[in-house]
Design a protein around this ligand. Structure first.
Ligand code: SAM
Length: 251
């Protein structure tokens, strides 16, 4: 499996050498430097992996955002979730697609993969593995979901992850990006969120200035639809690939 090193060469991002046995993907520097406290320590899981905590971080909007993501998942779908998330999104997604579907969750941090496996016990059609969202592998999916991943990524990684989400789609498949968005000017929480970004999330504010289609190398190949929630604070952007032409000849 190509690791963060291969992606780093492609994107120019730096990587940190793994300390112990060589895992299939190494932890990128943006993660170990900016988000070690949120994702890479056992204490991170104890503190943050609660629906109430994630909901508070997302200003009470977590459940609505999860429901919007789940609405895009059909029963029996083959789904790629591009990173682990705290809360109950993954088991709910697995239940929504049912045992006729398949949920493939990748995360670059082994501790997160282990935790996701714990949440997915009893749902054998849902599996978690170590992998880089910028390079998830050759498999194609009906749905690719990125839930609050993009805002944590530096520019080149944002581009690589959007491109890899789109490339992983089957004809007629959808990539769903749930993330931050530029709030309305009058939004009372706008300055608070700007402060949080300035202190803790160095790559997040980019999503206030760009449409997600701008990160794609070939945006014109997809149909883009954006819905916002909470007066623009959050977005659900769906990029759909064209269905295959049933009349087309295969050679
Ligand atoms: C999805 S994001 C944000 C989740 C959000 N704060 C929540 O829990 O609802 C956090 C996850 O992304 C993972 N991650 C960061 N960069 C990644 C990459 N390039 N590929 C796969 N996973 C990545 C981190 O290890 C972490 O588990």
């Amino acid at each position: 499996m190509p690791g963060a090193r291969a992606v780093a060469e492609k994107t120019g991002a730096a990587v940190v050498k793994p300390a112990a046995a060589q895992p299939p993907a190494s932890i990128p520097e943006y993660l170990s430097k900016n988000y070690w406290w949120a994702y890479l320590r056992p204490a991170s899981l104890r503190i943050f992996d609660h629906k109430s905590v994630v909901s508070a971080i997302l200003w009470g909007q977590y459940n609505g955002l999860v429901k919007a993501a789940l609405a895009e998942a059909d029963q029996g779908a083959q789904v790629l979730q591009m990173a682990c998330v705290y809360g109950d999104l993954s088991p709910r997604l697995a239940q929504k697609i049912g045992p006729g579907g398949a949920l493939d969750i990748i995360d670059i941090a082994p501790i997160q993969v282990k935790n996701a496996r714990h949440h997915l016990a009893g749902l054998p059609w849902a599996k978690a593995r170590i992998g880089d969202a910028a390079n998830p592998g050759a498999q194609k999916y009906d749905l690719v979901l990125s839930f609050f991943l993009l805002h944590e990524l530096p520019e080149n990684y944002k581009r690589a992850v959007v491109d890899s989400a789109l490339s992983a789609l089957k004809p007629g498949g959808k990539a769903v990006f749930v993330d931050y968005h530029r709030p309305a000017r009058w939004h009372p929480l706008r300055p608070v969120q700007a402060l949080v970004f300035a202190l803790l999330e160095p790559f997040a504010k980019r999503l206030w200035r760009a449409e997600l289609a701008e990160f794609a190398s070939h945006p014109g190949r997809y149909h883009w639809q954006k819905h916002t929630r909470f007066a623009g604070f959050f977005q659900i952007t769906v990029a759909s690939s064209a269905p295959s032409d049933p009349g087309a000849k295969t050679v």
